[in-house]
Structures are given as structure tokens and as C-alpha cells.
Design a protein around this ligand. Structure first.
Ligand code: NAD
Length: 460
């Protein structure tokens, strides 16, 4: 494909002004919504083929999440687009000012394989709501879903509005050589660095939604039954291949054995005695990732799970105790169905453990002590914090979602996503009725008068 030509056709369309109106934005979002509803079955089949995602899970976290993003955007678009009035200082009197959220132009959206529908289309919702054209690059590692998405996008949009370019790294690299007005990347930190340096060549702003190790702190006195269920659900949904899944648990050593027991019970309640036979349990995306995860199973003591089958790309939901801090499990984001549980003596120790590591996308705290919840949040850094639950913050469309430091930059979802794809353009209007000469050279000894006026009006 001739990327330069494609992007030029989108830029021409953008520069024609066609994408700026609320009507265009709504009609694009409406088309996407209708196509998602129409094709939901085919999409769910493709997700099952790629990740063995259950229809229930896919409905909630993929199609359902994008549809609710669209509905949220349609509901709030008018107020998001509204110019914000601002007061003008003395220097600009008489005058008026406002800030207009304006579309950036042509956006590139690069997405990963773990939530291949949500992570491609949810940024698209924000891009369209903000009045941009977009080029989409789905992940090649979820090929069934990528091919359904190519069909879907091609059937509702013209290439000069929204185009989709399937393929692997070479397609992404080809696209990244071009000049875009915004790049929205979701995926690993290592590729995030490449994306950012490619964007730097054109001074293109980027949003990077990256990964990291999300800690889950469980304090003494936490509601352990619910905590175990919510931690196990967050970790083992999508076979652990979720960027905001709790990556490891730090638990007060006084309640560790109780929590371990309840985690084991939660796993067997959700997936049965043999999770391999459960229709609700997913598979690892490919052999390379399976081998990476299988190697990690060597650490610690198995509390539940631990078995694996390469032919079926299966790794059991596994909880591990007695994992050494310097084991490979604790060095990199696990991104699979393995949950190490580490004990701490004091909450300060848990906080120090988190502080010493790169800032994650999310920190989870299970505690019934409000003061401790607040202290842990205040003394750590992360994209977000979720207290007494895991992962559900992603489904709160009105909360900005994004990382900080090594987990990324910028934010997505709702108004935050709209802002990400918008430029805040200041517009100042001046009256020509009043034009005091003291502003212009030559300065005719008016400094004293100027200072008096300044003191009178501004107090400085
Ligand atoms: P991936 O391998 O599918 O890569 C993501 C995208 O980058 C794909 O479209 C791929 O084609 C492209 N790509 C790969 N190599 C490239 C290169 N050299 N140059 C340019 N583009 C390239 O997905 P992944 O990176 O394995 O995704 C998993 C990671 O994503 C995990 O770390 C996870 O935590 C993170 N993630 C983050 C979020 C979030 O919202 N913050 C969501 C999901 C996943």
C-alpha cells in the first residue's frame, strides 16, 4: 500500500473541513456502533479463535466496552466540543478569549493482540469524536480478529476517513516513516520506545499505553473472601494477558495463608477442578509467549495450578507462594496466568517495595482501613489506583486511563481520550475601538504612568 498517498488523502479530507462538524463525528460514531452490533457474533467467534475468549468475557471487555465508549461520547460530544471562555488580562483589554478543542488531523492507532477489538476501536472512538481521520494498524498476532476488523472498517468507512492496514512490524514501521498529527500506541514498552523515536522525527505527539508490573497490596483486616475472588478474576481473565491485571500480590504475612487458601478456592469456583475444560478460561496467544510463561513456572511453591500443555497453548491459572524477589517472575511483567504472592511485615515495607520499582499502570489496595488506603495511594506513583477491586477502573468510561513513567504517557477513554486527540487552540479577539499610544514606541516617559496603572489594576 502507498502509505504516503493514503495519508495525503486523509489530510486533504481533514483540510476540507469536513470532519470538524458535530454531525460528521456523530455519523462516524453511529456507523461504527451499528456495525459492531451487526457483526458482534462474527467478532466474538474471531476472538474465540485467537484467544479462546469466552463470548461472555468478550462481550463485556471488547465489543461492550467499545459500544459504551461510543454511547458516552455521543452523549457528551456537544459539551466536550464547546469552546471554553477565558477572562483576558489588562494587556488585552478590551478583548475576549476562548479555547477551542480542535482536531489534530490524521491519527495513527497501533494496537496489540490481547484485547484486539477494544484496544483498536476505543482509541478510534476518541479520534473520531475529536474530529480526526485515522489509520489503524491491528496486531498481526490476533489474525482472525484482524481480518474481521479489516472487513468491518472497510465496509463502513472510506479510506480517506478511516483506513485499516493489517500486517506485522514491517507495516507499522512503514507507517511510522510517515508524518501523522498524533500517534496512539498500545503495547510493550520496548516497542513504545521505537514508536516514540519514530514520532520524534516528525515532532508528532504520542500517547503511549504501555505495561508493567501492577502490584496488589492486601492488608490485615481486608475482606479476604471478596479480595481473593476479585484478584483471581483480574489475574486470570483472558488467561492473564491483561495490561492492568494484578501482576503480583503483597500480603500482610499475618493473613497470607488465609488469602492463599481463598485464592485457590476462587480459582476452582470460577474455572472448576480442571480449568482446561472450562469454557470460560482462555489460552495463551502463541507458542513464543507460552514458552516464555512456561519457563516462569519453575519459581516458587505451587498453591494451585502449575500444569501446562503446549499443544493446546494452555497454562493453568497458577498461584505461587515463596517466590524469591530476584526470580525471573519478579523482573518482568508476567502477562499470563501466574500470580506470585509475597508476604510483608509492615505496610511501610510494602510501600517501599512498590516505590523501588518502575511506576505501574495500576496499584490495587485491598484494605478496610481508610487511612492506610490513602497513605498507600499518596506514597506511591501509578497510572491509577483501585481500592478493593481489580481491573474494573478500565470500564469507568469517565475516568482517564493511562500510565505514568515507564507505564506510558497520555490518557484514553471518555473526555480524556477526546482531549488526547484534540489541540487546545487559544483564540483571542481584540477590539479596534481603543488603542492607547503608550503601548507603542517611542516610549515618551510613560513608564511611571504605566507602573501606576499596573499597580492600580493588578496590584503589582
Ligand atoms: P504486539 O506484539 O501486538 O505489538 C503491539 C503493536 O506494535 C502491534 O500492532 C505490532 O505490530 C506493533 N509492533 C511490533 N513490533 C514493532 C516494531 N518493531 N515497530 C513498530 N511497531 C511494532 O503487542 P505486545 O507489545 O506484545 O503487547 C503486550 C504489551 O502491551 C504488554 O506489555 C501489555 O502490558 C501492554 N498493554 C498495555 C495496555 C494499556 O492500555 N496500557 C493494553 C494492552 C496491552
Amino acid at each position: 500500500m502507498d502509505y504516503a498517498k493514503l495519508i495525503q488523502s486523509q489530510r486533504d479530507h481533514f483540510q476540507s473541513g469536513a470532519t470538524r462538524s458535530a454531525e460528521w463525528r456523530k455519523s462516524m460514531l453511529g456507523r461504527l456502533r451499528a456495525a459492531l452490533s451487526r457483526s458482534e457474533d462474527v467478532i466474538l467467534d474471531a476472538l474465540h479463535a485467537d484467544l479462546r475468549k469466552s463470548r461472555h468475557e468478550a462481550c463485556l471487555s471488547e465489543t461492550g466496552l467499545v459500544i459504551s465508549e461510543i454511547d458516552h461520547a455521543l452523549k457528551h460530544l456537544k459539551s466536550w466540543m464547546r469552546p471554553q471562555k477565558h477572562a483576558v488580562p489588562f494587556i488585552a483589554w478590551p478583548g475576549k478569549a476562548h479555547v477551542n478543542p480542535e482536531p489534530r488531523g490524521v491519527a495513527l492507532i497501533l494496537s496489540p493482540w490481547n484485547y484486539p477489538v477494544q484496544l483498536l476501536l476505543s482509541p478510534l472512538v476518541s479520534a473520531l469524536a475529536a474530529g480526526n481521520c485515522a489509520v489503524l494498524k491491528p496486531s498481526e498476532l490476533a489474525p482472525h480478529t484482524a481480518s474481521v476488523l479489516v472487513q468491518l472498517i472497510g465496509s463502513i468507512f472510506s479510506d480517506h476517513e478511516v483506513a485499516i492496514c493489517p500486517g506485522g512490524k514491517e507495516v507499522a514501521e512503514g507507517l511510522l516513516e510517515q508524518r501523522f498529527d498524533h500517534i496512539f500506541y498500545t503495547g510493550s514498552s520496548s516497542v513504545g520506545r521505537l514508536v516514540m523515536s519514530a514520532a520524534a522525527r516528525h515532532l508528532t505527539p504520542v500517547t503511549l499505553e504501555l505495561g508493567g508490573k501492577c502490584p496488589c497490596i492486601v492488608t490485615e483486616g481486608a475482606a479476604l473472601e471478596v479480595a481473593a475472588r476479585r484478584i483471581a478474576w483480574g489475574r486470570f481473565t483472558n488467561a492473564g494477558q491483561t495490561c492492568v491485571a494484578p501482576d503480583y500480590v503483597l500480603v500482610d504475612k499475618k493473613v497470607k495463608s488465609q488469602l492463599l487458601e481463598k485464592l485457590g478456592n476462587a480459582v476452582s469456583t470460577m474455572y472448576g477442578a480442571n480449568p482446561k475444560a472450562s469454557a470460560d478460561y482462555g489460552r495463551i496467544i502463541n507458542r513464543r509467549h507460552w514458552e516464555r510463561l512456561f519457563a516462569l513456572l519453575g519459581s516458587g511453591r505451587v498453591v494451585c495450578g502449575g500444569d501446562a500443555d503446549v499443544d493446546d497453548l494452555y497454562i493453568a491459572p497458577t498461584v505461587l507462594d515463596e517466590v524469591a524477589i530476584d526470580s525471573p517472575l519478579m523482573q518482568e511483567e508476567i502477562f499470563g496466568p501466574i500470580l506470585p504472592v509475597l508476604a510483608y511485615d509492615t505496610p511501610e515495607e510494602a510501600v517501599a517495595f512498590v516505590q523501588q520499582r518502575p511506576s505501574p499502570l495500576a496499584i490495587y489496595v485491598f484494605s478496610n482501613d481508610k487511612r492506610l488506603q490513602a497513605t498507600i495511594a499518596a506514597q506511591t506513583q501509578s497510572g491509577g489506583v483501585c481500592i478493593n477491586d481489580t481491573v474494573v477502573q478500565v470500564a469507568c468510561g469517565n475516568l482517564p486511563f493511562g500510565g505514568v513513567g515507564s507505564s506510558g504517557m497520555g490518557a484514553s477513554h471518555g473526555k480524556a481520550g477526546f482531549d488526547e486527540f484534540s489541540h487546545r487552540r487559544s483564540i483571542l479577539w481584540r477590539s479596534v475601538q481603543v488603542d492607547p499610544s503608550m503601548r507603542y514606541p517611542p516610549a515618551r516617559g510613560s513608564l511611571l504612568l504605566l507602573k501606576r496603572i499596573r499597580r492600580f489594576l493588578l496590584g503589582v
